[in-house]
Design a protein around this ligand. Structure first.
Ligand code: SF4
Length: 400
């Protein structure tokens, strides 16, 4: 079976269509890497040099490192590198890299926090005993702080500082932790450390054996899902801006095709003509339907009042009749409101949340209608539940 990696799994989670283009169809794209990826690679290789040289008892000064960064930047830069945020230039990104490294250097100099065991080390992780499900990854830096106490360091050049939840549930370093535990038999403890270079911030975490077991099971089931996948649906999102497959992706390729046409040709494209007309007709239809809706509402109110006044359930016209019925329906606070949260809390406290499928309002309505629950539960719910009477109208032809 394919050896997976964290980035391969993340690619599928982000967009199955991208996964297919990249790993199954192996489509070659002309779009070059983004400036963010380029910046990340240059910063990573500079930090790798710092620690590799330290292994040879060579301490680089900060200026040495910044010089290395600038020279690698110049050597590798190509005009094809994409800067999506066009208000910034290549120079802004280089300065960001310099700032990340300067902050890191000042914070960690003289780099005696631990013994470097490995740099950019490939780690192979077997997820099951039979070795059928395997993952591989590269650890930025592995250190040992005392016998058997390891640290997995990962450098992040993200523009956002992640939330605590991300750190608690991040899969990448946790998977590496499994690999380290297997590969280094004297392991007593493993700490996971993320260096968020933009914020000059270090965040650490660890995982219990139970958490690692759960992660293994979840990762295997994700791999099985990928292996079974046939549809590979596209998930367009903001991340499409950074997707190298955008020009060939079915979600965007028409846009690329028409962008290449001159303005006078562009408007003649059959797709453009059809969409423009469709949007125009749709918006007209919406206006007309709004007008009819307003009149229908007034007629319905008038018919209900008429039926009540005349004390009838069916009102006759010349060819049609309208039946007026009344039903009772529970109404609940809207999703994401404080009242809704309180209602959920009450159900949870009384152990009833499961019975209504984590608050499926239709299921809760049924339960209340069946009147099976204890009076104290009903009383606690009353503040958040309203029983509304609803009139409905049915129009039909009059049978001769
Ligand atoms: S452009 Fe967007 S929708 Fe298309 S493959 Fe890439 S991520 Fe998926």
């Amino acid at each position: 079976m394919t050896v997976y990696s964290h980035s391969r799994l993340s690619c599928y989670e982000q967009c199955p269509a991208k996964f297919k283009l990249q790993y199954i169809d192996k489509v070659e794209t002309e779009v070059a890497e983004s400036v963010e990826t380029f910046l990340g690679s240059r910063v990573h290789e500079t930090l790798e040099k710092l620690y590799r040289d330290l292994g040879y008892q060579k301490m680089n000064s900060l200026e040495d490192l910044l010089g290395f960064l600038r020279s690698e930047w110049k050597k590798n830069w190509s005009e094809d590198i994409v800067i999506v945020k066009d208000e910034y230039t290549q120079d802004n990104y280089l300065k960001m890299g310099e700032k990340y490294l300067s902050d890191y250097y000042k914070r960690h100099h003289p780099f005696t926090q631990g013994k470097t065991i490995a740099l950019e080390e490939r780690i192979l992780i077997a997820l099951d005993a039979a070795g059928e499900y395997k993952l591989q990854g590269y650890i930025d830096r592995l250190t040992e702080v005392k016998d058997g106490w390891y640290e997995i360091h990962d450098y992040k050049t993200n523009s956002r500082l992640p939330l605590a939840d991300y750190i608690r549930s991040d899969r990448q370093l946790a998977l590496y932790m499994m690999g380290v535990k297997k590969q280094y038999p004297d392991v007593q403890h493993v700490k996971l450390i993320w260096h968020f270079l933009k914020f000059d911030k270090e965040i650490d975490s660890s995982r219990t054996d139970e958490e690692l077991e759960k992660l293994k099971a979840d990762t295997i089931s994700l791999i099985e899902r990928i292996e079974r996948e046939e549809a590979f649906e596209a998930c367009p999102s903001l991340l499409c801006e950074w997707c190298e497959f955008k020009p060939v992706c079915r979600q965007w390729s028409h846009l690329y095709k028409i962008k290449e046409k001159p303005a006078n040709e562009y408007m003649k494209d059959s797709g453009v003509v059809l969409v423009n007309r469709y949007a125009e007709v749709k918006s007209k239809q919406k206006l007309v339907s709004l007008e009819w809706d307003a009149e229908l509402e007034k007629l319905e109110e008038a018919l209900i009042r008429f039926a009540e006044k005349e004390q009838v359930d069916v009102v006759f016209g010349s060819k049609n009749k309208v039946r007026v019925t009344e039903s009772e329906k529970y109404s609940f606070p809207s999703k994401n409101s404080t009242e809704r949260e309180k209602l959920e809390e009450i159900l949870r406290n009384y152990g009833k949340l499961e019975a209504v499928s984590q608050l499926d309002t239709a299921a809760l309505g049924n339960k209340l209608q069946q009147n099976e629950w204890e009076p104290d539960v009903i009383e606690a719910l009353q503040k958040y539940v309203e029983l509304e009477k609803k009139k409905r109208l049915y129009v039909s032809k009059i049978q001769k």
